[in-house]
Design a binder for this molecule. Structure first.
Ligand code: GLY
Length: 306
């Protein structure tokens, strides 16, 4: 049986800022381009994994989003990126963290999954893999945009190293897709949080926290404040609620984000999709950049709550 294809992407959850308002049309256009590129792969019979990687590369190459080009700068004013992918049909995953100079960390995460026996490779070892797989590299300057430099300067001036440990500024991109064979996949990529300590690793590359996919339940990609997404094991929790209660995926997302993690002092957002095309989108923040093409083929783009 041919399954109807569908895809959801996100471009980060957090506060509404002047910068976001001023660039709303460009954000919407970036979301549209990315979701259409992913959907086009699905329409041509491609895999959910290819669709997820393609959509995320489009967001990684767009300097508006906090990942790859456009990454937040850490306390030392440097970029360190995390990413993960998971293939729900095989329950295989690949993840990378503390990545520098690799143009598309999502593709490196996929190389970890497909070319090694590991799930997770960090730092210089990951760079070695990128070199041996001939992935595109960029100079440091490529990743540092004027907007993120300004954010860094504003935040860095105000914060001592002690206060940074208590402060969170979310970002991230992600995608989930179901292909015409009914397989799901997910991917997540981030530049971390503005001014975070060097070596800090967020949820995006942690399987079960910011990324998870399983054909038996659903695919999930998260965004928001990584520390809470990790301790709440948010992606896996949504999958488990779906599996154990048999509720709709929207109900599973709402329960995990709005009930089980009610009172959490950070931003949490998730997008999720089942092999049958059931969708779930939930966030507790002021906004979550998101776009999706549902199994009926309709395109939706949103930033704010309704
Ligand atoms: N959600 C992205 C991060 O906390 O790094």
């Amino acid at each position: 049986m041919k399954h109807p294809a569908a895809i959801i992407i996100h471009g980060g959850a957090g506060h509404v800022t002047k910068y976001i308002k001023e660039n709303q049309a460009a954000y919407e256009s970036g979301l549209k381009t990315a979701v259409m590129k992913g959907y086009d792969i699905l329409l041509r019979g491609g895999t959910a994994l290819d669709a997820v990687e393609t959509a995320i590369i489009s967001l990684e190459d767009n300097e508006l989003f906090n990942c790859a080009r456009g990454s937040a700068l850490n306390y030392e004013g440097k970029v360190e990126m995390d990413a993960a992918v998971m293939d729900g049909s095989k329950r295989k995953a690949g993840a990378v963290s503390m990545i520098r100079n690799v143009r598309n960390p999502i593709s490196l995460a996929r190389k970890v999954m497909e070319k090694t026996n590991h799930v997770y490779i960090a730092g210089s070892g990951a760079l070695q893999l990128a070199l041996s797989e001939k992935l595109k590299l960029e100079e440091d300057d490529y990743f540092i945009t004027p907007h993120q430099e300004e954010e860094y300067r504003k935040t860095h001036k105000k914060e001592s190293i002690r206060t940074i440990l208590k402060k969170f500024i979310g970002g991230t991109v992600g995608a989930v897709a179901v292909d015409c064979k009914g397989h799901v996949a997910s991917g997540t990529s981030t530049g971390g949080e503005v001014n975070n300590l060097p070596g800090r690793v967020g949820d995006s590359c942690i399987i079960g926290a910011g990324c998870y996919a399983n054909d038996a339940t659903c695919a999930i990609s998260c965004t928001g404040d990584g520390e809470f997404l990790i301790t709440g094991v948010i992606a896996n929790s949504i999958s488990k609620v779906k599996e154990l209660t048999g509720c709709s995926l929207q109900e599973a997302c709402d329960r995990v984000i709005h009930r089980d993690n009610k009172g959490v002092k950070g931003d949490l957002g998730a997008i999720a999709l089942t092999p049958g095309g059931d969708m779930g989108i939930a966030f507790n923040s002021e906004r979550m950049h998101r776009a999706w093409i549902s199994p009926d083929g309709h395109l939706h783009i949103k930033i704010y709550k309704e």
